[in-house]
Design a binder for this molecule. Structure first.
Ligand SMILES: [Zn+2]
Length: 82
């Protein structure tokens, strides 16, 4: 079976988070994440941002709090690879 590399995984993360991947792709992404801590961190980060945006999109103070949260997180974590 084809093993995804980090670039291929990164390309699929958004689709994965939006549940728009095929079952076969989901399995491959999960497999890569389980073996690649840096990609797993990026995945966790993106999943959390998406979750917060969905949950707090309707409250007035969401943008400021979200910005601060993201700033705190990116201050202690390296930037995801381009
Ligand atoms: Zn990786």
């Amino acid at each position: 079976m084809h093993q995804l590399d980090c670039d291929e995984t990164a390309e699929r993360l958004n689709l994965y988070l939006d549940r728009e991947l095929s079952d076969a792709d989901v399995v491959q992404v999960r497999e890569h994440l389980s073996e690649c801590p840096p990609c797993e961190r990026i995945f966790d980060f993106q999943a959390e941002v998406k979750r917060l945006v969905r949950k707090e999109c309707c409250s007035d103070d969401a943008p400021a709090r979200l910005r601060e949260w993201v700033r705190n997180l990116s201050a202690k974590d390296p930037q995801p690879p381009a």
